[in-house]
Design a protein around this ligand. Structure first.
Ligand code: P6P
Length: 333
């Protein structure tokens, strides 16, 4: 049977068979995430047709206006994973505190951190948005899940991935055995293996991706780095600039074409904007599994010890030689 006829269920079942001691709980979490992705995709693709657009009128924990699709995506994932019996806690961009599993529902050995609908500010203008997820195994010994169970090193992730709701809906994830992409065939409601063992091309396209509107607030090193890219000064030659403003879209393009995606800190926000636990660390896991590199400008993202649930960090992800170049420029200050 050709790869294109492999569903995500078959693929995950095959991976589970390679782990004789597997209990199936891990498989269930991945399958529940793929089900949630299909349900969210249905609404995202119809967003313009139903009264689900526009601000829900409430603000999330970061004081940002919440779009109704944000809430909807969060509720779908919490409902499916919360009752799926395989997780014992959920950290979400949409919830200040860890979401516990309701009384009466079975819990499992995993915790999941999610950005239910990243790039939500682009929903109304029909630009790609995405869901990002990160799965860890519960580490605390007590019965109750602790925040420390989600605040683990990125290198301790059991799995991580994202869904891009774009021209097609794609699910990309890794369990540490390569990064694999599945494209949703809406006619049969199945994610089909379309991008087995994804590898970032090397040297890859010379694309730099950053919001240059913040240039006046960058460090001198960051400014000089972007000038090098913009002016084609280095031995890597000339670059194209691409910036969607939706992290999953910018990351996915970088994964497939190469280049570098950057969301640096600024003088008034040294930690940048992107969240470690449910945005940068999961994508960093996928990035490294595809042969890329992911840094906060100084350290490997997967080695960064989380200190709070919604902690922000700068992000530099893409072709290793470009991420290392960025680190050298930032070190010069
Ligand atoms: P800016 C979307 O709101 C998001 O969280 C990411 O998806 C995206 O990379 C970033 O913010 C865009 O932020 O400041 O460039 O608009």
């Amino acid at each position: 049977m050709s790869d294109s006829m492999v569903t995500v269920e078959q693929f995950i079942a095959e991976q589970e068979r390679e782990h004789p001691d597997a209990t199936g709980a891990f498989t269930d979490v991945l399958l529940q995430m793929s089900l949630a992705a299909k349900i969210i995709a249905r609404s995202v693709n119809k967003a313009g047709l139903v009264d689900i657009l526009g601000a829900a009128g409430t603000d999330n924990v970061h004081g940002e206006e919440v779009q109704k699709l944000d809430e909807y995506a969060n509720d779908v994932i919490v409902e499916i994973l919360g009752k799926g019996g395989s997780v014992c806690g959920i950290a979400s961009e949409e919830s200040e505190r860890l979401i516990l599993i309701p009384e009466g529902y079975e819990t499992g050995p995993y915790v999941i951190s999610i950005d239910p609908l990243d790039g939500s500010s682009n929903i109304d203008v029909n630009i790609s948005v995405g869901t990002i997820f990160s799965i860890h195994r519960k580490r605390s010994t007590g019965r109750d899940v602790q925040e420390s169970d989600v605040m683990q090193l990125g290198s301790e992730q059991c799995a991580a991935g994202y869904v891009q709701y774009g021209s097609s809906t794609m699910l990309v994830f890794t369990t540490g055995a390569g990064a694999h992409g599945f494209t949703l065939d809406p006619s049969i409601g199945e994610f089909l293996l379309s991008h087995p063992n994804m590898k970032m091309p090397r040297p890859g396209k010379r694309i730099y991706s950053i919001n240059e509107g913040y240039a006046p607030k960058w460090s001198d090193g960051q400014r000089r780095l972007v000038e090098r890219f913009r002016n084609g000064e280095g031995e890597e030659g000339s670059f194209s600039a691409r910036y969607v403003g939706s992290m999953v879209a910018d990351f996915h393009r970088t994964l497939l074409r190469g280049g570098i995606f950057m969301y640096p800190g600024t003088v008034d926000a040294p930690g940048g904007k992107l969240r470690l636990l449910y945005e940068v660390a999961p994508l960093a896991f996928v990035c490294e599994q595809a042969g890329g590199q992911a840094s906060d400008g100084r350290h490997r993202v997967l080695d960064i010890e989380p200190t709070e649930l919604h902690q922000r960090i700068p992000a530099f992800m893409g072709s290793p030689e470009l991420v290392e170049l960025a680190e050298r420029y930032l070190a010069e200050g």
